[in-house]
Design a protein. Structure first.
Length: 454
């Protein structure tokens, strides 16, 4: 029998609203779910970043925070845990993942620089392009076949990566990135073999290799479950091996740090660490707090280890699978296999009558909110449909709607409700209408864009 490996100590009421009320609020928000107030959301699956529930041990640690500006003991607890997991020498805290990205790409990016990955996520791509550099994605070819089952659809396309590295100079490519799990590619895991071989290619061409590790524990658990030779290893050992192939990592610790804020840079590259600390002091704070309250470092030190608990990971993966299976039973087209932190609706198959330039994913996401007060997020032409200079509309390979499940927050009854709402929208999918943008910004337009129905 499967059940949550924890008991509930504190509860929070959730808003129950009417369809008429939601229609009004969505119109006021210009049909952008980011612009809704949380008070108007019944089930919030917009993101799993910073939205999880902290444990009693984390709350207890929070009260032990040492708020010293410099040399806080809370930092050294945090540093010890990150070093234990990653093996990296330098640990530089930041207030969240995109701050870590901004610092690293401010140093290594710039006009003429080219940065490959299995798939960059939205803030990573924006921070790269903001410096004038270009971001390139080389996902595994099978990742584009959303209805096919494969163990590691988040992998890097090694053949394309080597062609890319061979075709450009070391000066042009400051680092190779690997995102685990592959969020933009449907939350799919990356195999240990693919991480190792990506590392070998980077070393062959003299290029540093970094891991975007915000969901490292979930990725390690998938390796244990799916990759030959790892079934008898614990998740901590698997995570340590993953990091052993890299020169450094960036993390939004709001995911597998099981905390509400925080991130970090960790690396063995001395000069990069020195320059990163210089930038950190200018823009984030002193090197032993990095823009965080020191009590948040305490919660991260506990949460990073709790995320590696295999009973927790089993529950986490199974809960995501529960929602995915309920949608499959209703014939709702989703990206398969079911990933680790979210369910991804395949908007191309869900609403084939809406062309990509009319944002089918956004139309679906809006209707899910209207029908049931469930907030999701489009990952497709709205999020990734603009190039770095803001001039050209692009057509990303996927048109998805992500249902990101916060950690330790909702029960399966909540997710059954979500499945019923999505199933109802799918049954009436022919009524979905295309949308157009009426206002947008150059970078990360999906956060603040205004839309309307065509």
């Amino acid at each position: 029998m499967e059940f949550e490996p924890f008991k509930i100590k504190v509860v929070e009421p959730i808003p129950i609203t009417t369809k008429e009320y939601r229609l009004k609020k969505l119109e006021e928000a210009h049909y952008n779910l980011f612009l809704l107030r949380s008070d108007d959301i019944t089930i919030d699956l917009l993101t799993d970043s910073g939205t999880g529930a902290m444990s009693s041990k984390q709350w207890s640690a929070l009260f032990d925070g040492d708020e010293a500006y410099a040399g806080s003991r809370s930092y050294f607890k945090f540093e010890e845990v990150v070093q234990k997991i990653t093996g990296f020498k330098h640990v530089i805290p930041t207030h969240q993942g995109r701050a870590a990205e901004r610092i690293v790409f401010s140093i290594l990016g710039g006009k003429g620089k080219l940065i490959p990955s299995n798939t960059h996520f939205d803030t990573t791509r924006a921070n790269i392009e903001f410096t004038g550099a270009q971001a390139f994605d080389f996902p595994s070819p099978i990742s584009f076949r959303t209805d096919e089952i494969a163990d590691f659809k988040g992998n890097m396309d090694l053949e394309r990566l080597e062609d890319f590295l061979r075709s450009h100079s070391r000066e042009e490519i400051p680092l190779v990135m690997m995102t685990v799990t592959n969020n933009s590619g449907g939350g799919q895991p990356v195999s240990m073999e693919n991480i190792r071989r990506t590392s070998e290619l980077a070393k062959k061409y003299g290029i540093p290799f970094f891991i975007d590790c915000c969901r490292f524990a979930e990725n390690a658990y998938f390796i244990k479950m799916r990759e030959p030779g790892y079934a008898d290893k614990n998740v901590m050992e698997i995570a340590h091996e993953m990091f052993s192939y890299a020169d450094g990592c960036l993390m939004s610790a709001k995911k597998d740090g099981l905390s509400n804020t925080g991130g970090f840079i960790a690396t063995n590259l001395d000069e990069l660490a020195r320059r990163a600390r210089d930038l950190l002091i200018i823009t984030e704070g002193f090197v032993t707090y990095g823009g965080l309250a020191r009590r948040d470092l305490e919660t991260l030190a506990v949460g990073l280890l709790e995320a590696l608990d295999e009973k927790y990971l089993e529950y986490r993966i199974n809960q995501v699978r529960f929602l995915g299976n309920k949608l499959v039973e209703k014939d709702v087209p989703i990206l398969l296999p079911i990933g680790g932190h979210a369910i991804y609706l395949d908007a191309k198959r869900f609403a084939p009558h809406i062309p990509p330039e009319q944002f089918p994913g956004q139309s679906i996401a809006c209707e899910i909110y209207i029908q049931g007060g469930v907030r999701t997020v489009e990952i497709g032409s709205l999020m990734f449909g603009k190039d770095g200079d803001g001039q050209r509309e692009l057509r990303p390979p996927f048109e998805l709607v992500r249902l990101a499940i916060p950690r330790r927050v909702y029960t399966n009854n909540h997710l059954q409700y979500v499945a019923d709402v999505v199933g109802e929208v799918y049954r009436n999918r022919d009524k979905l209408r295309g949308m157009k943008i009426t206002y947008q910004t150059q970078f990360l337009r999906h956060f603040t864009a205004h839309l309307e129905y065509i």
